[in-house]
Design a protein around this ligand. Structure first.
Ligand SMILES: Nc1ncnc2c1ncn2[C@@H]1O[C@H](COP(=O)(O)OS(=O)(=O)O)[C@@H](OP(=O)(O)O)[C@H]1O
Length: 383
């Protein structure tokens, strides 16, 4: 039995041995192939990444994200940008981070050295265009962004843009070389109520000496007629089919258009309830600018003078910027399909609403004189 079994046993053992050797060889080949595949994928990936880095390609679309934000927040002239489309949150913030890191290594920060901070509806488009005609550098508009950003970057007033950081803002001005463009302008009237955000950016450690070089220009218009102009702007857009949220306060809920009298009564209620964000309460906002930036960096112009004696306004701007400026102001944002007449009730309601703050403004400007070329005393709106 033993002998009979032994060969069998022997035969079985040698076959098992042959099996296990061939299995080991097979497994070895599989492992080797797996290692080779992994090494190949890793090296291709590495090569691709380093090529992207060399070409300056960063992961997905920071620009697209901003373009969406800007386009949709066009419907929000006061700028909370809340309806902007965006990437899923995690990807979104990582991309912004990547961009910031790569820019910090490569491009120096370029900030505008002239900000036309408002007031809205006080001839800012005309002044901005005229300065651009005179060689003052204007912001770059990126693909997908609305064309009006060539005048106004809307950086400090739109949270989705402001939160993208100083590198995002700088990118709009990187084409403005100091040799060819001594002056770089962002003319965003909505900045008028954003003094502290502007200050934070200009004192960022990346901003260098931008704060010391910064010139601020404000042009003030009688707030009552400024409000009529803004109402007319919205009405004009509405008549041309726009239905964005920011302009819907010119219509009743049933779709009929509010008269300016009706609009003014509501506006008066709103401003009384929330004066902080009211653009027409000039003195409140100017106090913040003066406190943060001083008075000599800020030139305050009169819209009334700009309309009635523009050559004087030109002279003040020339002196403030230290350059010769040519040509005339052209008309911008002048709508013919709206009435410029000031109705009686609105005049009274808004006149009363702004009276006190206007007086405070004249007093504040008298006690805090601006740079030498500024008109003094600042002309009263009711003169
Ligand atoms: N060159 C010139 N001279 C006199 N008045 C002018 C000029 N250019 C523009 N305007 C009037 O300014 C108002 C528009 O101001 P803005 O360009 O600042 O508007 S905006 O804030 O950019 O939307 C708007 O005022 P209203 O007509 O009262 O609405 C324009 O007609």
């Amino acid at each position: 039995m033993v002998n009979q079994n032994t060969p069998t046993l022997r035969r079985d053992t040698s076959s098992r041995n042959r099996l296990s050797i061939s299995s080991i060889i097979k497994y070895g080949i599989v492992v080797l192939v797996a290692i080779c595949c992994y090494a190949y994928i890793w090296s291709v990936n590495k090569l691709f990444n380093s090529k992207n880095e060399m070409l300056g390609i960063v992961s997905p679309p920071e620009e697209n994200k901003m373009a969406h934000g800007a386009t949709s927040s066009n419907a929000d002239m006061h700028g909370d940008g809340s309806n902007s489309r965006s990437l899923p949150q995690k990807v979104h913030s990582r991309n912004t981070q990547n961009l910031a890191n790569s820019k910090a290594k490569t491009a120096p920060i370029v900030l505008p050295n002239v900000l036309l901070i408002g007031a809205q509806k006080a001839g800012t488009s005309s002044i901005a265009q005229w300065l651009h005609n005179n060689g003052v550098c204007h912001p770059k508009v990126f693909p997908g962004e609305p064309a009006y950003l060539i005048k106004e970057v809307q950086f400090f007033n739109q949270p989705n843009r402001y939160n993208a950081g100083i590198d995002f803002y700088s990118k709009r001005f990187e084409h403005c070389s100091e040799e060819t463009h001594p002056w770089i302008l962002d003319a965003t009237p909505n900045y008028f109520i954003e003094a502290s955000k502007v200050y934070n950016t200009y004192t960022d450690e990346k901003a260098g000496d931008a704060l010391a070089k910064l010139k601020l220009i404000a042009i003030l218009r009688d707030p009552v007629s400024r409000e009529l102009s803004w109402y007319n702007h919205k009405l004009h857009e509405y008549k041309h089919g726009a239905r964005d949220e920011w302009l819907l306060d010119v219509v009743h809920t049933n779709g009929t258009i509010k008269t300016f009298d009706e609009y003014s009564i509501e506006l008066s209620r709103l401003i009384t309830a929330n004066p902080k964000d009211a653009f027409s309460l000039y003195v409140d906002h100017l106090k913040s600018w003066v406190e943060l930036f001083g008075r000599q960096q800020l030139l305050i112009l009169s819209y009334n003078e700009f309309v009635t004696d523009p050559s004087k306004t030109v002279g003040r701007l020339e002196e403030f910027l230290g350059v010769k400026l040519n040509g005339e102001f052209e008309k911008y944002n002048f709508w013919r399909d709206v009435s410029k007449e000031m109705p009686t009730i609105a005049k009274e309601v808004l006149g009363e609403l702004f009276r006190e703050k206007n007086e405070e403004l004249y007093e504040f400007l008298a006690n805090n004189p601006g740079p030498p070329m500024e008109e003094k005393p600042f002309p009263r709106f009711d003169e």
